[in-house]
Design a protein around this ligand. Structure first.
Ligand SMILES: Cc1cc2nc3c(=O)[nH]c(=O)nc-3n(C[C@H](O)[C@H](O)[C@H](O)COP(=O)(O)OP(=O)(O)OC[C@H]3O[C@@H](n4cnc5c(N)ncnc54)[C@H](O)[C@@H]3O)c2cc1C
Length: 272
């Protein structure tokens, strides 16, 4: 199929973007890497009147450490962050998750902020953001606000972003001494969207386990350090709380099974 008609703006500055979003609101869509939006346009699942291309705004194509977080700008591609030489030391969980996102051709164009803004429940980057307690920075002509990953994600392809806001950056907290990390996922083939994706952070205080692909958005289990049958019980309760659904990829029962089995695996790996 072909997309409907829309006006295309290629912006060079953030101010231009904010002006267009302010003017057109819900009728405008940001185009970042286009790896999700172009398909939605072609299938006419999205029919905006205005497409605002941010992919060539050089000042937004950054990833830098600010106050114990890796802050990634709206135009930074997934590949540019994945191949950052220091990423494994800075945000080890992110380094582990990147290879699960489709294939390198997609990561070459897709952006980190685009994945967070798109809010696909099976996407890996929002799961890592939630596990680490990361934040989303939003900017409009009215100013800037910062939301936790938990407050930002509101449902399948739904977020707390207002129509006039740009996801300006996302912040992934850097590695803290004494914390272990692990990531695992089950998909039909490597590179497919996850049936279940799990990210664990374990330190002396407790366990943070984030799960994608099972609910309408990534969900978090935040508990004290447990082992043996107490951990099994906590994972079982968590799996049932996610209200998994059957779909063409997997049954709800299988998804609960993955939460219990892969959940235990990532927690043990992160605890080692
Ligand atoms: C074949 C294929 C396989 C894929 N497999 C996976 C996978 O396994 N895991 C995975 O996580 N992803 C997968 N993806 C999606 C890919 O990671 C996308 O790149 C990502 O979801 C969206 O990023 P983007 O920069 O391409 O955003 P775009 O497609 O440009 O935009 C996506 C949506 O987010 C909005 N948006 C983008 N950036 C901003 C911003 N800064 N502020 C506000 N709104 C914004 C757009 O308006 C649009 O609604 C796959 C894509 C393809 C084509």
């Amino acid at each position: 199929m072909k997309p409907g008609l829309y006006d295309y703006y290629r912006c060079d500055t953030v101010d231009e973007v904010l002006e267009l979003l302010d003017q057109h609101g819900d009728d405008a869509r940001i185009l970042a890497g286009g790896q999700s939006l172009m398909a939605a346009l072609n299938m006419r699942l999205a029919q905006p009147k205005v497409v605002v291309d941010i992919s060539r705004i050089a000042p937004l194509a950054y990833a830098r450490i600010v106050n114990d977080a890796l802050v990634i700008g709206a135009s930074a591609t997934q590949a540019s962050v994945e191949w950052r030489p220091t990423l494994g030391d800075e945000v080890p969980l992110l380094k582990r998750a990147f290879p699960y996102i489709s294939h390198f051709q997609i990561r070459n164009r897709g952006t980190v902020c685009g994945s967070i803004a798109h809010a696909d429940p099976s996407a890996e980057l929002p799961v890592v953001l939630l596990a680490l307690g990361g934040r989303v920075g939003l900017r409009s002509r009215q100013g800037r606000r910062d939301l936790s990953a938990d407050d930002f994600a509101q449902g399948m392809l739904m977020t707390a972003r207002r129509p006039d806001e740009l996801v300006e950056d996302v912040s992934y907290p850097v590695h803290r001494a004494g914390t272990g990390y692990a990531f695992a996922e089950m998909a039909q083939r490597h590179g497919d969207f996850a049936i279940a994706a799990l990210a664990a952070c374990v330190d002396a205080d407790g366990i943070r386990l984030a799960v994608g692909g099972v609910s309408d958005r990534p969900r978090l289990l935040n508990i004290e350090r447990l082992s043996g049958s107490a951990l099994d019980d906590a994972l079982n309760d968590f799996a049932w709380s996610l209200e998994a659904q059957d779909d063409q990829h997997a049954s709800a029962q299988y998804r609960r099974h993955l939460v219990r089995r892969l959940g235990r695996r990532v927690i043990e790996e992160a605890s080692a």
